[in-house]
Design a binder for this molecule. Structure first.
Ligand code: MEV
Length: 442
């Protein structure tokens, strides 16, 4: 068992690596070589990455790819995606091409409100607490003026603060439930700073509120934090076409395609096991763009999946229908994103991604990200109800398997050609490579 260490963060990068090698690796030379291999030769750029987090010892690459031909509200976009999964960008590109000829994606931001809460305990009379809250509310706004000034000048800020009685769920538990408009910022720092000040004001002013008993004066703040559940920061994305235009795939008639597609979506609407995978496919597109643009994909993931369960049962985020001969496929999804602040302007690739997208504001980015999600789901369902997912997936995964067995360029070319007409499974690829090597050896 390895020993614990104190004061680790104070060590230099070289010392941290030495400790790591000593503690966890037998082949220290090899481990060190791998870590150093990923250092950037530009010291300034490396330092920037080092300083994003604590204890950075190297960089972790993900492929950064692009999916062109995205027609969104009549405008063409090339979407940047950071993702390791082989088939995601290929699927994104196929879906973009499919809808490019059929009117493209239509999007609309429905709302942009974000939520933050001060969670506190209060032992006493709710009516008196309400009176105190109403009396103190202007002061809550007043005391955050230095934080909200700039945001307010740009048209954002605090929308409202409400007092919520949560004692039915937990004895003595109440909240200051605040709503915010954070414009082009994701807003986490802004919201959390406001909340911490609300908490301070709310607690201190209670000490001199005459109507409170001495016990009531002692409001206990538990925590102040934004919520990543953002059901009122919502964007809608839709594609539609005449049913007869669903004619891309020669193996299936448009009517049958539409019917199977709608059933596949309905299955995800009623069956949580399927819904999770269905939505995971949507997140393949969403996370990749969120990451490429320097946004917080964990926040987005948490919020989206909570939204998918908002009716008490985990369900599909997308929906599909045919009405009057028109096939429509759509999704409404909560996305709290920023195009200023955080890493968006700090990480050179995030900045480049935003420039690639025409430097969108947060609302525009919400729409582009939602498009990537719907497109990915369309591509997945299209494969699932026709060829099956493995054909396309294994075609893209083929190179990973070949790389795993250290295939050379000639072997890769031969086997890529071979698997254009043969079914690629892991086993089939390994066997074909073995056979090729034997033939070449003979
Ligand atoms: C794989 O990453 C995503 C899919 O499983 C999504 C789906 O099943 O809809 C293909």
């Amino acid at each position: 068992m390895s020993k614990s260490i104190s004061g680790f963060s104070k060590l230099s990068k070289a010392q941290k690596i030495d400790w790591l090698l000593e503690t966890h690796f037998l082949d220290k030379k090899n481990a060190k070589r791998i870590l150093i291999q990923y250092w950037n030769s530009d010291d300034k750029l490396q330092q920037l990455h080092d300083e994003f987090i604590e204890n950075t010892i190297t960089n972790y690459y993900l492929p950064f790819g692009i999916a062109p031909n995205y027609l969104v509200n009549g405008k063409l976009f090339t979407i940047p995606m950071a993702i390791e999964e082989s088939s995601v960008i290929a699927a994104a590109s196929n879906a973009a091409k499919f809808w490019l000829d059929r009117g493209g994606f239509k999007t609309k931001v429905i709302s942009t409100t974000k939520i933050g809460q001060v969670h506190f305990m209060f032992q006493g009379d709710f009516e008196t607490l309400k009176t105190y809250f109403n009396a103190i509310k202007p002061q809550l706004f007043e005391d955050v003026k230095s934080i909200t000034k700039n945001m307010q000048q740009r048209g954002g800020g605090i929308i409202d603060i409400e007092l919520k009685d949560k004692t039915k769920d937990l004895k003595g538990y109440y909240q200051l439930h605040a709503s915010f408009e954070t414009l082009d910022a994701m807003g986490a720092n802004f919201i959390n700073s406001c909340l911490e000040q609300f908490a301070e004001t709310f607690k201190t002013r209670a000490l001199s509120f005459d109507a409170f008993s001495s016990e009531e004066k002692n409001i206990q703040i538990i925590m102040s934090i934004l919520s990543n559940y953002v059901p009122d920061c919502l964007v809608r994305v839709e594609v539609s076409c005449n049913i007869e235009d669903l004619n891309e795939d020669a193996t299936i008639l448009p009517e049958e395609f539409a019917a199977k597609f709608i059933q596949a979506v309905k299955i995800a609407e009623v069956e949580p096991y399927r819904a999770v995978t269905h939505n995971k496919g949507i997140m393949n597109g969403i996370d990749a763009v969120v990451l490429a643009t320097g946004n917080d994909f964990r926040a987005v993931e948490a919020g989206v999946h909570a939204y998918a369960s908002r009716n008490g049962k985990y369900s599909s985020l997308t929906h599909a229908k045919v009405e009057h001969g028109i096939f429509t496929f759509w999704m409404e999804i909560p996305l709290a994103l920023g195009t200023v602040g955080g890493l968006t302007n700090l990480h050179p690739l995030a900045k480049l991604s935003l420039e690639m997208l025409g430097n969108p504001n947060a609302k525009e980015l919400m729409q582009i990200v939602a498009v990537a999600g719907l497109a990915q789901n369309f591509a997945a369902l299209r494969s699932l109800i026709t060829t099956g997912i493995q054909q396309g997936h294994m075609k893209m995964h083929l190179l990973n398997i070949l790389n795993q067995f250290e295939a050379n360029d000639n072997e890769k070319t031969t086997l890529i050609e071979h698997f254009k007409t043969n079914v690629a499974t892991h086993n089939a690829v390994v066997e074909a490579l073995k056979k090729l090597r034997l033939t070449n050896y003979d």
